[in-house]
Write a protein that binds this ligand. Structure first.
Ligand SMILES: [Zn+2]
Length: 112
C-alpha cells in the first residue's frame, strides 16, 4: 500500500470513484478522464507499480483481471461491439498512475 497513490486511496475509500465492480482482489471504476464512450480501469487491490514489477506470485491476480475484463465488458454492454484492453508500462509507455491497471476501452459501436 503506497500512501501517496491515488488508486490505493480509491481502493481504501479515501478518494471517490464510480465503481463498476469490487471484490477483495480487484476493483473496476470509471476513468475520470475517459478517452472513449466507455473507459474503465481494472485495478488490483495490491499496490503493484507496473507490469515491470510483476512477480510469479502475481500470476493469479493477473489471470483474474483478464478473465474479469470480458464480464465487465458484458456488464457495460460492449462485449459484442468490441473493445480494447490496454496496459501502459512506464512513463515512456504512457503510464500516468504507477499502480498497475488495465484500461478497458470501447463503446464506439461495431464496425460494419
Ligand atoms: Zn497504489
Amino acid at each position: 500500500m503506497a500512501t501517496d497513490c491515488i488508486f490505493c486511496k480509491i481502493i481504501k475509500g479515501e478518494s471517490p470513484a464510480n465503481f463498476v465492480y469490487k471484490d477483495d482482489d480487484m476493483v473496476v471504476f470509471h476513468n475520470i478522464r475517459p478517452s472513449a464512450p466507455v473507459h474503465v480501469l481494472i485495478v488490483p487491490v495490491e499496490h503493484i507499480e507496473s507490469v515491470n514489477a510483476l512477480q510469479e506470485r502475481h500470476s493469479a491476480i493477473i489471470s483474474t483481471m483478464m478473465l474479469k475484463s470480458k464480464e465487465i465488458a458484458r456488464t457495460l454492454g460492449i462485449q459484442d461491439s468490441g473493445y480494447k484492453l490496454v496496459i501502459n508500462v512506464g512513463s515512456g509507455g504512457g503510464q500516468v498512475i504507477f499502480h498497475l491497471h488495465i484500461h478497458l476501452i470501447g463503446g464506439w459501436g461495431a464496425k460494419v
